[in-house]
Ligand binder design. Structure first.
Ligand SMILES: Cc1ncc(COP(=O)(O)O)c(C=O)c1O
Length: 484
């Protein structure tokens, strides 16, 4: 006994000794009234200072697990009831439809597998090499010294007040009429979206969106038991004729649109189409969830106002923003800006479900933004991404025989191959050559898109960018020659 103790670096030794003995007691290896070795023996066996072992024994005494008898030594106090095997359930049979759907559609488990060393175009996360860590550290210290302990206590469901005020001002600078509107801070876009979907009455169980669209949105619609009608896209956004026809033929509970740097196509909806879509949805009295996740990643062209700004004093647009692409996805902060009445309900749902988003995260983010870092960071990030974007477009044009390439900005491009080609077939061949990307069918609402794929370039180095795109191009050409 006692020979398997291993000391790990960094954690106080007395805590490790205490935990080790505690585990022996709980497992029934050390029994009630069994004498423990003297602190001197223990210390010698483990090459520790005697004080370390004395402190560990004292803590075990405080917890009532050990007692000392004057002149004799330390003894185990407590007999731990040995674990009896309780019932074994078949969890697969106890799981509901929502969790089944989530598991089935979980790309992390069932998506493309890639191994270290491969060139991966699957991610559209920001490149962490661009993060200005020193400013984040400074923001943390600034906020902590200003507010201290209070940041570690419970906060408010609606969010951290200074951040709410900052975000309201930020949205105002995008041209949003804030009268009658309010804002809720969420754990990124995804929680905000899930909250809105949960809050809404689903009379028709049917939703309208772009086709293709954000895979997480498809997953959540399905988890909420909703049917999806996707509207195909032109170079300047959804096909209005198709949208008009869908609206005339079916009733919908809501619409979901990503007007700027759409995922996966990268398309920006034109101002004219924005106005026309607003008019149509208004006519049919359908709420629009606007996903503004990528709005800041514009490399060329003129600024286009979000739908919620185009809608003036109307209240049918629910805007969901996120700092996941334009700043740090690890700080899970997003927000919902919408009619005050809706936000009031969402606040109660948020309180019921997760109480609030981490106050510490919100406060550090607020201080980072307040210190003026965002403006500097986004300028630098935009320059770096713009270069990669331009190189990616240039190399795709040079190497890949595509039929359509889209992406007006953001962190990815979308490619359509000849109808007869399967992007998954190309992917299988590319994986063997050390390159992975995301097949486009996962973004489609109707099972189509087998000849499409998304190329995320944000985290790929320039050398890998060219090498990877050239490999994809060669693979496509080879498959075309072989008649696939
Ligand atoms: C279309 C779209 N919206 C929003 C997000 C961001 O989600 P979150 O803020 O939950 O990280 C992403 C991330 O990939 C996305 O592709």
């Amino acid at each position: 006994m006692f020979n398997d103790f291993k000391l790990m670096d960094g954690r106080p030794a007395y805590v490790q000794v205490k935990d080790y003995i505690k585990e022996l007691i709980y497992k029934g290896i050390l029994r009630s009234d069994q004498k423990l070795p003297s602190t001197r023996e223990f210390a010698a066996l483990w090459k520790l200072s005697r004080n370390t072992v004395i402190t560990a024994y004292r803590e075990l005494e405080d917890e009532g697990l050990v007692h000392s008898v004057a002149g004799k030594g330390s003894y185990v106090s407590q007999e731990v009831v040995p674990a009896a095997d309780s019932a074994r359930l078949e969890w697969k049979e106890m799981i509901g439809d929502c969790a089944r759907t989530a598991e089935k559609l979980d790309l992390m488990k069932h998506g493309v597998r890639w191994e270290k060393g491969m060139i991966s175009f699957t991610s559209i996360a920001p490149d962490e090499k661009l993060f200005d860590l020193h400013n984040v550290k400074r923001a943390f210290l600034d906020r902590m010294s200003l507010e201290g302990e209070i940041l570690l206590n419970y906060g408010y469901a609606k969010g951290y007040k200074p951040l709410i005020d900052y975000l309201l001002r930020y949205m105002e600078t995008k041209g949003v009429d804030l009268a009658g509107k309010d804002l809720l801070v969420t754990n990124g876009f995804t929680e905000g979206f899930d909250l809105v979907l949960s809050a809404m009455r689903k009379t028709h169980r049917r939703v309208l969106c772009e086709n293709p669209t954000h895979n997480t949105a498809i997953k959540l619609f399905k988890m909420h038991g909703m049917d999806i009608e996707g509207i195909s896209m032109e170079d300047d956004g959804v096909r209005l004729g198709e949208l008009e026809q869908a609206l005339a033929e079916h009733a919908f509970d809501l619409a979901y649109l990503i007007p700027s740097y759409h995922n996966p196509t990268g398309i920006v909806m034109s101002p004219e189409k924005r106005m026309e879509a607003l008019r149509l949805f208004g006519e049919y009295r359908i709420p629009i969830i606007e996903d503004g996740f990528n709005e800041e990643l514009r490399y060329s062209g003129s600024h286009v106002a979000p739908l919620i700004a185009c809608g003036g004093s109307g209240n049918n647009v629910v805007y969901i923003g996120s700092y996941s692409k334009v700043l740090f996805p690890g700080i899970r902060v997003g927000w919902v800006l919408a009619d005050r009445e809706l936000i009031d309900y969402l606040e109660s749902m948020k309180r019921a479900r997760s109480i609030h988003t981490s106050t510490l995260d919100q406060a550090v983010l607020y201080q980072y933004l307040h210190n003026g870092n965002f403006e500097k960071y986004i300028k630098r990030a935009r320059n770096a991404y713009k270069r990669k974007y331009e190189l990616a477009v240039q190399w795709c044009k040079e190497h890949i025989p595509y039929t359509r390439l889209s992406g007006d900005g953001g962190l990815h491009l979308f490619i359509e191959l000849n109808d007869s080609l399967s992007a998954r077939g190309v992917l299988d061949a590319c994986v063997r050559r050390g390159v992975v990307f995301t097949p486009g069918d996962i973004f489609h609402t109707d099972g189509f898109g087998s000849n499409t794929f998304r190329l995320g370039f944000s985290r790929v180095s320039e050398e890998e960018l060219e090498k990877g795109i050239a490999t994809i191009g060669e693979t496509v050409r080879q498959l075309m020659r072989e008649g696939f």
